[in-house]
Design a protein around this ligand. Structure first.
Ligand code: GUN
Ligand code: ZN
Length: 431
């Protein structure tokens, strides 16, 4: 069965290239792949046997992509008052230790993925805990709810609390078993993202093993880099022979095209050159960076240098699971950089933030042939939104950039009406 969705279509095909079709059609095949996108009337004539789903006056947008989020931390959001390292000790490690219990892990995963879908996130790159069973359950829940996800078991073999410390060999062995079970499964909807937490809690052997597993299985690597100044000093102490923080990962074989580096606030010139050279990506997490008082990454500068960048909520570092809030924060903090530091051209607008949360993120995942936009040949990962929910005047005839600006700055939990991944409706709002 072929389905023709009728709605106002909005997507991004370049950082400044916001595109729309006002009375649009999105033609989706039975296997969940987009056949064509265009003007509704034209597609309806060409494909007269398609089943029509008229979604007007709602809009269709590509699904949002969260490149950095911690599943086990969802219930610990909004714990205010501490910076990164004491916050991890006080709130996060105790929360993660509870995932030794499979029942806790399963309940949390179900709620987490359900909430992501209800917010319009169709792809998430997720840290689990060190627990193999909890990570397996996270994959099972992602498989059954239909979301697209890259997930990884956190790896920590030193300087972590006793209850969360593993030996190097076990950490690598369990990660490889999970790769074999899940990487590329569900028609490529699920993938594995090795998750060495960050350099201070990983031995050189562990990091080298991670690099080798990534190469061997073409798995992603997700980790944290250059987030907090105390963390930087710790890394320098632990790795006196490395030139800087990024060099720690480079020397241990962890920088490649499939590496996603969370934060990257305080990077120097040579670190950015290393990241660019390796083809790795930075995940900008502005809400978390504000909440944990970590700093403000110069997003505009890093973009102009050609770095590959996406956005992440970094729950529970960031207090919101919503990529709408994250896009708003990316714009807001860029304005603050301009206002407070006088940094020329620092501001980032909603269309650019939307690009980072869709096609830009898809590029960081090397999946821009498949997700991030509404092109023929891509998987049908899209969301149905009601822009009237964000507008006191309920205008639908405004310019697309204004409508998008309201969706981002004034996101309303009820504005996402439905969420589709690979053509499958994974969430629908109760009426
Ligand atoms: N650095 C190491 N672990 C974490 C974490 O869980 N959250 C954040 N924001 N930074 C980290
Ligand atoms: Zn994080």
């Amino acid at each position: 069965m072929i389905t023709l969705y009728r709605a106002h279509l909005l997507w991004s095909d370049s950082p400044t290239g916001l595109r729309e079709v006002k009375d649009g059609g999105l033609l989706v095949a039975d296997d969940g792949v987009i056949i064509a996108r265009g003007v509704f009337d034209e597609l309806a004539v060409l494909h007269s046997s398609a089943v029509i789903r008229d979604l007007r006056p709602h809009w269709i947008l590509p699904g949002l992509i969260d490149l950095h989020v911690h599943l086990p931390q969802y219930e610990s959001v909004a714990m205010d008052g501490l910076e990164l390292l004491p916050w991890l000790e006080a709130y996060i490690f105790p929360a993660e230790a509870r995932f030794a219990d499979a029942a806790v892990a399963q309940r949390a995963a179900r709620r987490f993925f359900g909430d992501l879908l209800s917010l319009g996130t169709t792809t998430a790159v997720v840290y689990s805990t060190i627990h193999q069973e909890a990570t397996d359950l996270a994959f099972q829940e992602a498989e059954s709810c239909g979301i697209r996800a890259a997930i990884g078991k956190v790896m920590m073999d030193r300087n972590a609390p006793e209850s969360l410390r593993e030996d190097t060999e076990t950490s690598l062995k369990q990660s490889e078993e999970l790769i074999q079970r899940w990487h590329g499964k569900a028609h490529g909807r699920l993938s594995y993202a090795l998750a060495p937490r960050f350099a201070p809690m990983c031995s050189p052997e562990l990091m080298r093993g991670v690099g080798q597993l990534s190469e061997k299985h073409e798995a992603y690597i997700q980790t944290h880099l250059s987030e907090n100044v105390e963390e930087l000093a710790w890394v320098q102490n632990l790795f006196p022979d490395c030139a800087n923080y990024a060099d720690v990962y480079r020397r241990h074989g962890m920088l490649n095209r499939r590496t996603l580096l969370g934060h990257g606030i305080h990077l120097d010139d040579s670190e950015r050159a290393m990241i660019l050279d390796a083809g790795a990506s930075i995940v900008h997490c502005p809400s978390s960076n504000a909440f944990l008082q970590s700093g403000v990454m110069p997003l505009r500068r890093w973009l102009e240098e050609g770095l590959s960048i996406g956005l992440g909520t970094d729950v529970a570092g960031g207090p919101s699971l919503s990529m709408w809030d994250e896009m708003a924060m990316a714009c807001t903090v860029s304005k603050l950089r301009f206002a407070l530091l006088g940094e020329a051209n620092a501001t980032v607008n909603p269309a650019e933030a939307f690009h980072l949360a869709t096609l830009g993120a898809a590029k960081a995942l090397s999946q821009s042939h498949r997700i991030g936009s509404l092109e023929g040949g891509m998987d049908a990962d899209f969301i149905v939104v009601d822009p009237r929910r964000t507008d006191p005047a309920e205008r639908l005839e405004d310019a697309a950039d204004r409508v998008l600006s309201r969706l981002i700055y004034r996101a309303d939990p009820r504005m996402v009406k439905a969420t589709f991944v690979r053509g499958n409706q994974c969430f629908v709002q109760a009426s």
